[in-house]
Structures are given as structure tokens and as C-alpha cells.
Ligand binder design. Structure first.
Ligand SMILES: [Zn+2]
Length: 144
């Protein structure tokens, strides 16, 4: 029991807020799968998730796995007040996923000063309280 306590520190990030429209997304994230809602008729991605397609008004929905590849659009580092649940200042970013819509997330695995516009990113998952996971983005491997 003592050994277990020494392994991974407990996550301090707040768990995501599950709603009926986004539950599929957080359920997939727990399995480290990055998915989106797509129209079952015209194929348009719906983000944020919603019951009706804004393009063709269809109620048909499918859940589609995403590549996890994205490019950086914009980023900031909120300093005050210190974001709750973070040990270090997070980098908050808007990324454009390969499938064509924009997503707000965090950038990890790179010094803030080294971040470049349009840089290639890859999704990763971090643990939160409540045994959930949230997607973050890291610089894509050069070989990917
Ligand atoms: Zn549609």
C-alpha cells in the first residue's frame, strides 16, 4: 500500500464537466481516444457537440475517431489568478485539428518561449481528479 502511494501522485486537475451532449467525448477520453461528433447525413463535424447539424439540420449523428494531429493557432499563459489544480502555469491554446475545426486545450512538453505559430501538434491525455482524462497537445514527433 505504501509502495502504491509513492508511485504516481494523485491528479490535481479538475475533472471535465459531463453533459448529455458531450458524454461520448469524455467517455472516449477516459480510454485515451480523441473523437468528435460528425453529421450522419452531410458529414460535417459538429463542435462543440450538439443535437442538430448546423449545416443540414439533420439529427443523425456518428462518433468519429480523429487523427489527433493538429496545428497551433493561438496561445496564452494565464498568470493571475493561478489556475486551480495546476502546479505550473498551463499554456492555454486554440488548435486546429486536422479534420478542420478549432479546439481549446493545453500545450505541454515544450517551453513556453519555444512555442511557434502553426507548429505541428499531437494529442495526448492527462489524468484528472475523478479518474477521468483530458486531451492536451504536445509537439508532434519529427518522424510522425
Ligand atoms: Zn449535416
Amino acid at each position: 500500500m505504501t509502495e502504491q502511494a509513492q508511485q504516481a501522485p494523485k491528479p490535481t486537475r479538475l475533472a471535465p464537466i459531463e453533459m448529455p451532449d458531450n458524454k461520448f467525448f469524455w467517455d472516449a477520453a477516459k480510454e485515451e481516444k480523441f473523437v468528435a461528433q460528425q453529421c450522419g447525413d452531410c458529414g460535417a463535424f459538429r463542435f462543440p457537440p450538439r443535437p442538430m447539424c448546423p449545416q443540414c439540420h439533420s439529427l443523425n449523428t456518428q462518433i468519429t475517431p480523429l487523427s489527433g494531429r493538429a496545428k497551433l493557432v493561438s496561445w496564452i499563459r494565464p498568470r493571475h489568478p493561478m489556475p486551480f489544480g495546476f502546479k505550473e502555469l498551463p499554456t492555454v491554446a486554440v488548435v486546429e485539428v486536422e479534420e478542420g475545426f478549432r479546439f481549446v486545450s493545453n500545450i505541454e512538453g515544450i517551453a513556453f518561449e519555444d512555442i511557434q505559430p502553426d507548429m505541428a501538434l499531437q494529442v495526448a491525455f492527462v489524468d484528472t481528479m475523478g479518474k477521468a482524462k483530458v486531451p492536451v497537445f504536445r509537439p508532434a514527433e519529427a518522424s510522425a
